[in-house]
Every structure is written in C-alpha cells, then in structure tokens.
Design a protein around this ligand. Structure first.
Ligand code: G6P
Length: 458
C-alpha cells in the first residue's frame, strides 16, 4: 500500500550545531493520514519541503515507511507556491478577486510545466516502489495529474485519489485555461476511485466532469468525512504541558468585573485567506460595539499560525490580522482587559489548552474542505462549547444541526451569532456540545482511511 502527498508526516530543521530535528507536519491532511502508523506496512511518498528535509534526504535520515522526494527546489516552488497554492487552492476555495486575479500568462505556463514535472516525479516513484497489484492513494490538489500518469506506467495498480479541499463548481472551475482544466480532470479520472470530504465537493467534481470531460468514465466517486481522533485528543489534552498553558492563558484572559472568569471565544487556524480570520475579528468588533454589556466580560482568543509565508498574499493577510487585533485592543481595551489575545507562534499544546477553555468556538471560513478545528473543540472543551460555524465549511454537513450557522461574509450576522453563542444557557450548551462531539468523532482517522481502502479494493 502506498500513500502520496506533498506534505509528509514530518519535516526536518537543521539546528545550529548541524543536527536535524523533526517536527510533525500541520494541516488536516497530515492529521488524517497520521493514523496509518508505521505498523500498517504502508509507504508514504512525500516531498522534501524545507532545507532541513533536503539535508535529511542527503544524509539518508528518515522515518520507516516514509520516502521523501527531493524534486529540484525551483521545480517544487513553481508547482507548490505557483500552481498548487496560488492557482488550484484559489480556484477550489473561490478566492480570486477580479480585476487583479487571475491572469494566466506565460509565467503561469512555465509554472504549469513544473507542476507536470513534479507530478511525474511522484508517479515514477510510486511506479518504482509498488509491488504487483498494490494499492496507491494519492492526496490532494498538488498531485492531480498523478493518477493518470501512474495508470500509464502501472496498469496493474489500484489507484485512489483523495481531495482534502472543496472542489470548485463548473462555472468557477472553467476560468482555468481549457487545456489545463482538461488535463486536471483527465489526470484525476486516471484513478479507479476518487474520495471527497463531503457530498457537496463530490457533486461539484462530478458536475465539472460532465461539463468538460464527457462524464466520469469508469471512475467511481465516494464521500468520506474525516472526523476527529477522540482518543488521541482526550489523552493529549490532559498532559502536563497543556495544563501549564491553560494556567498561562487564564492569566492572559483574566477575570471580569464580577470577579468571575471571562468568557472566551476561541479560534485556531493556519493564517489562511480561506479561514476568514479578518472578518471574524470584524464580527467581534461589531459585537463589542452592538453589545457593550460584553465589554470587559469576554476575550477573543485567536491563534493564527503562519502558513505559506513564501506567498506575499499570505504575508499581507497575516499582517492585516495583526493590525486589526491591535486596533481592536487599542479602541476597546482597558488596563485590566485585553479584548483580543492573539498568538501567532505555532504551539499544539497551547491550542489544546484554548480548546479546553473555550466557551464559544468561532469557525467561519469562506470555504473549507472540512475544518477539523470545528470537530476538535467540542471533543476537548471542559465545560462544553457553543460552535459558531460557517455554512461553507465541509464540517457543516455533519455538525450543522447543533451549531449556530453563519454566512461567513455577513459580519453583522456573525456578531449576532457570537452574542447568541455567548448567551446560550450552560445546560443547553453542554447538551449541544456533547452531540457535536459525537458527530465529530463518528469517522475517526483510522476508520476513515480503512473505509477508503476497502472501497478501493472492493
Ligand atoms: C490543507 C491541504 C493540505 C495541506 C494543508 C497545510 O489542509 O488540503 O494538503 O497539507 O492544508 O498546508 P501546507 O501548504 O502547509 O501543506
């Protein structure tokens, strides 16, 4: 069994003394696939992403069951930053802003050639590693051409592909140049079976194939809604380092005028345009404006961890998040109250601490394949939390009933939802949170992966 993804389970960093330290990769894809574990006998083929990773490849350092591909750094940069994150991510999350974007010019064509080369490197590595009749599951928008390429090299294999993102509807997808759109769809349709996180994304893909590729051919399409790993989260969130961070966070949050702990609205994201952090802050500002009774009594705990910082648009977005948080604190803050507690340094233990303290979780992406934070907070929160959830997150398909639903563009509506969430009676909140946690853990990562394997083999 083989798995292929751009980001792998670990990433290496060269320390000052020349040694290599390993760190777990971030994002939903790695969370889902990490359940496979070293005992499954799988080989995970991934990219060398950092200088540390390339050094690890050169030194022959690595984990059992992981093969890192050292594609030339400029080819990888074109494929990952240029095509995958600046074009395909933007198409599927519908993030483009006319009149400036998109422009498919000669530079795009050059980068597309690198994307093809990058995909070919994966197809060749998989073809080389796979035993006769093996199963290969290819992941995400970085590797859409791999199934078709691999099919040509190794017709004996069972090939799957899984998308961790939304899929764009045909009217949006067709903004890609026709030949590129056709290559992507044909590449995906090289698989025996394609997996998506929700029916909505699977239907959009099917509609694109009907509109631009003459249908699905013999390829099957299935839905597997990745859930949270309850056992891992409950255990991990009660370890000593999480307790320490809870104590530190409680200090930062402080007590309200009545002497009781302040309410917390928690969000944890990669600093990512689709996560809609800026409109979340605008909604919080609106709440403080419309409902002054919450001033001094609530804190917005926002963790916005750096992501894809090679791209200017992500750097600008990060700066805007920081600017707005500072502005809100300057406008409303008092000597004993910081309205927004913003942290930007990635710290998983601190995220879990915030989950435990959360009264309200704010998950308001403009579009999101699933969003695991929406599923994790109800599992971990000590007293149960109210979930304010965007109707555009894949998780809404499973959690919508017990969440407070928002249109992510509607800042006033989101402010109203935050007020409703903060005002929810404790008993109702605990009840709903329990049901959310049950729905969120219905398909834990191990099961999620095995279901795909069974369906592919079957
Ligand atoms: C999303 C994508 C994953 C990606 C993750 C983190 O969840 O679907 O493929 O790994 O974001 O993004 P990054 O660019 O850091 O790998």
């Amino acid at each position: 069994m083989l798995v292929a993804s751009n980001r792998g389970p670990v990433s290496y960093q060269v320390e000052e003394d020349g040694s290599l330290t390993a760190k777990r990769g971030g994002g939903g894809l790695v969370s889902g696939l990490s359940a496979i574990g070293p005992d499954a006998g799988a080989l995970w083929v991934c990219s060398a992403l950092s200088d540390g990773d390339r050094e690890a490849v050169r030194r022959g350092v690595g984990e059992d069951g992981v093969r890192m591909l050292d594609v030339p750094a400029d080819v990888h940069a074109d494929a990952y930053n240029g095509i995958a994150n600046s074009v395909l991510w933007f198409v599927h999350h519908m993030l483009y802003q006319t009149p400036l974007e998109p422009v498919f010019d000669a530079e795009f064509r050059r980068q597309w050639a690198s994307y093809e080369r990058f995909n070919r490197a994966f197809a060749e590595a998989l073809a080389e590693e796979a035993a006769e009749g093996a199963v290969a599951i290819v992941q995400d928008y970085h590797l859409t051409l791999v199934p078709g390429m691999l099919r040509e090299l190794r017709p004996d294999l069972r090939i799957g592909h899984f998308s961790h993102t939304p899929w764009a509807p045909p009217e949006y997808f067709r903004m890609l140049p026709d030949d590129v759109a056709g290559q992507i769809l044909r590449g995906m349709l090289g698989a025996d079976r394609l997996g998506f996180l929700t029916h909505r994304w699977a239907d959009a893909f099917t509609a694109c194939c009907e509109a631009f590729a003459g249908g699905l051919g013999g390829t099957r399409v299935g839905v597997h809604g990745l859930g949270a790993d309850a056992d891992f989260l409950r255990r991990r969130s009660h370890e000593a380092d999480v307790d320490e961070r809870m104590a530190a966070l409680r200090e930062e949050i402080g007590t309200g005028p009545d002497g009781g702990a302040r309410r917390t609205i928690v969000r944890v994201d990669r600093t990512e345009l689709s996560k809609n952090i800026v409109r979340g802050l605008l909604a919080y500002r609106q709440l403080l404006e419309d409902r002054p009774e919450w001033r001094e009594r609530v804190v917005h705990v926002a963790f916005a961890y750096p992501s894809r910082q090679d791209l200017a648009v992500y750097r600008d977005y990060t700066a805007e998040v920081q600017r707005l948080a500072t502005e809100i604190n300057a406008r409303y803050g008092t000597p004993g109250w910081t309205p927004v507690v913003l942290h930007v340094k990635d710290d998983f233990a601190r995220s879990l601490a915030a989950y435990r303290l959360a009264d309200v979780a704010l998950v308001n992406p403009v579009r999101d394949g699933m969003n695991l934070v929406a599923k994790e907070v109800p599992v971990v929160s000590d007293e149960g939390c109210a979930l304010v959830l965007s109707r555009e997150a894949g998780a809404h398909e499973e959690l919508g009933e017990d969440a407070i639903t928002v249109n992510p563009y509607d800042v006033v509506g989101t402010a109203r939802a935050l007020h409703e969430a903060l005002s929810m009676p404790a008993a109702e909140r605990a009840e709903r949170s329990k049901r959310l946690a049950a729905a969120a853990t219905a398909l834990p990562p191990g099961r999620w992966f095995l279901d795909q394997l069974d369906a592919l083999r079957g």
